[in-house]
Design a protein around this ligand. Structure first.
Ligand code: EVA
Length: 597
């Protein structure tokens, strides 16, 4: 866990944020000789590569695309000669990285989807050029998140073998910043919100590196101060609060200051929304009002940039989602770049924020194996203590990073693990307990279950505040001409869940069909656009039968890249939009249904 410094970078009268995005030096290190040869002081022969971006699709050769092992980035940067502490902040380094400044190791971080932050004050020379190197690595094993393996070809080449259905993109995929902060600075803040009639209470807690007094104020959209308080802990009372509503967001500006008498030591500004989240019976309540979730499971994925941060793509995705009248998405299967959440805050989208706990099942095709009833053991192996350590660390970092976003209404702590053994129950009990301890807003916790997690066998559903099911009746189960059977089987499963009398909301976090945007056929066939439309309509029949079903997130928003194989046609084609973000026919069906839902 970091030293509470996950605040999104801001430049203001006391803080300077310098972007280090751009072209960096890059070099593969297949024999892991970099450290021995002192690459941390200079890569010598390197190619230029853009940051942020995944490296895989930038080259034209197989070796680079499928490279698995160590790889290095480097960049020269100049630190202004002004007072303050100097930090480096990487939005992420995938899947792990060690950071060196002027040849010296500064920090190491495991996990590829959360920030890497380090204080480099004692490593840099102010007013001069400095050398930054990052040794990264994209190997997977059964104690990493996500889980997978490395396979070695007969010629010795090593290749990633993910236990999950998305391409193992890696690199420095998010923005990198140099931060100059006052010696005594604001490290973190958290909020917890309650409503009292028309008024709201924002209870806050601020962490700073000193003992000077903290002041917190809240401003409305017009810039009027509507509440203030002092102290590291306190309450902002907002009369006649403007609520952050689903698809109708209202954001306040929160200003945190450290002062010494009249003189300002540090300041941090952020935008927060006033809203509450609760689960009551089978309803999801935002500000006490029930909401039906409509939207998608997504990926950070696009041509050429891979999983690299791209503002135009974020904008286009939100426009497409809004066009279909969606109100929610799940950050399947890992926490996304922070820019996604900031946009969702503005647009009033709800987010199920997912930790990269995917592939926790002994199978490389869990999308196909799921539902065959076969036992896919995982949580009784010797790798589990290390896996749990990583899982807990990433839950902590995710909640620490995302805790103040009004858009985040729930955390998902897994996607489709093995959940039928007592081992899985013990494992996930620990993960859920820790997550509940950490979230200052006490959001509902959940996880996405595949079909083997059947009502009679699943040992983990009771850990969740609401149920998320990934179901493919009519695709992996009884597809095409068998779809009538699929629907009967689907009803049968839902009846069995109903009989358990859980009285919690159920949300479908995945359902969908692979669909080629080029294929049309009447009567429909699997893979044609007509079939995707029919499948949706038939699934909706089931959803609309049960009042405890409170949401539908289609798999997937857009086509995306996966590992190659006979199940995938240049990637997963379950998108409602193509990879270029143009609608398939099913998009029009969703748009119509969600207009009135
Ligand atoms: C699929 N099914 O088969 C999807 C996967 C996804 O891409 C799943 O959660 O069950 C997985 O990652 O298309």
């Amino acid at each position: 866990m970091y030293d509470q410094l996950s605040l999104y970078p801001e430049t203001n009268q006391k803080r300077i944020t310098l972007s280090l995005d751009g072209m960096w030096g890059f070099r593969f290190d297949p024999d892991s000789v970099g450290e021995k040869e002192n690459w941390m002081s200079g890569l010598r022969s390197s190619v230029s590569l853009p940051v942020p971006a995944s490296f895989q699709d930038l080259f034209t050769d197989q070796y680079s695309k499928n490279y698995c092992g160590d790889f290095w980035y480097e960049k020269e940067f100049t630190v202004p000669d002004i007072p303050g502490r100097i930090f480096l902040r990487f939005g992420s380094i995938t899947h792990r990285g060690t950071v060196y400044v002027n040849g010296k190791e500064v920090t190491s971080h495991e996990g590829g989807f959360l920030p890497v932050i380090c204080d480099v004050t004692d490593f840099v020379r102010k007013g001069e050029e400095n050398h930054l190197a990052v040794k990264a690595n994209n190997e997977l094993n059964e104690s990493t998140l996500p889980c997978g393996a490395v396979k070695t070809l007969m010629n010795g080449t090593r290749i990633a073998a993910p236990y999950f259905d998305f391409f193992n993109y890696a690199g420095i995929q998010r923005s990198v910043w140099l931060l100059i902060l006052p010696e005594e600075h604001i490290k973190d803040y958290s909020t917890d919100i309650s409503l009292n009639g028309e008024d709201a209470c924002v209870a806050y807690e601020v962490k700073t590196g000193g003992e000077h007094e903290v002041f917190v104020s809240l401003f409305d959209k017009e810039g009027n101060k509507v509440a203030e308080a002092s102290g590291k802990k306190g309450t902002l009372k907002v009369e006649k609060a403007n609520l952050w509503k689903v698809r109708n967001a209202y954001l306040y500006k929160i200003r945190i200051q450290i002062k010494d008498g009249d003189s300002l030591i540090d300041e941090y500004n952020d935008r927060i929304g006033i809203r509450t989240v609760a689960i009551k019976g089978h309803e999801i309540l935002i500000n006490g009002e029930p909401v039906y979730l409509k939207g998608y499971g997504k990926h950070e994925d696009f041509d050429i940039i891979g999983r690299g941060l791209n503002y135009p793509l974020i904008k286009r995705d939100f426009e497409c989602m809004k066009w279909t009248n969606a109100n929610c998405f799940r950050t399947s299967h890992y926490p996304y770049a922070e820019e996604w959440y900031r946009f969702a805050d503005e647009e009033g989208f709800l987010i199920i924020d997912e930790v990269p706990a995917v592939g926790m099942m002994r199978s490389t095709h869990n999308f196909a194996v799921a539902g065959m009833g076969q036992y896919t053991y995982f949580f009784e192996t010797p790798t589990v203590p290390e896996l749990l350590k990583n899982h807990l660390a990433q839950v902590e970092e995710m909640i620490e990073r995302d805790k103040n976003h009004p858009s985040v209404f729930s955390f998902s702590l897994f996607n489709e693990p093995e959940t039928t053994s007592t081992y899985s129950h013990d494992y996930f009990s620990k993960v859920f307990a820790r997550a509940r301890e950490l979230d200052p807003q006490h959001r509902p916790m959940t996880g996405a279950f595949e079909k083997n997690s059947a009502p009679e066998k699943c040992q983990c559903y009771m850990l969740c505040d609401f149920m998320c099911l990934n179901r493919y009746y009519g695709w992996y189960i009884s597809g095409g001409p068998d779809i009538d059977d699929a629907i009967l089987k689907f009803h049968d499963e839902m009846r069995r869940w109903k009989e358990k009398g859980l009285d919690v909301p159920f949300v479908f976090t995945e359902f969908g069909t692979d669909t080629l945007s080029t294929e049309h056929k009447l009567p429909s066939v699997m893979w044609a656009q007509e079939y995707q439309c029919e499948y949706m309509e038939r699934n909706f029949e089931v959803f609309d039968t049960y009042d405890f079903i409170q949401g539908e997130l289609v798999w997937n928003f857009a086509d995306f890249q996966t590992t190659e194989g006979i199940f995938r046609v240049n990637g997963n084609k379950k998108g409602v939009f193509t990879r270029e973000r143009q609608p398939k026919d099913a998009a029009f069906i969703l748009k119509k249904r969600w207009e009135n839902k």
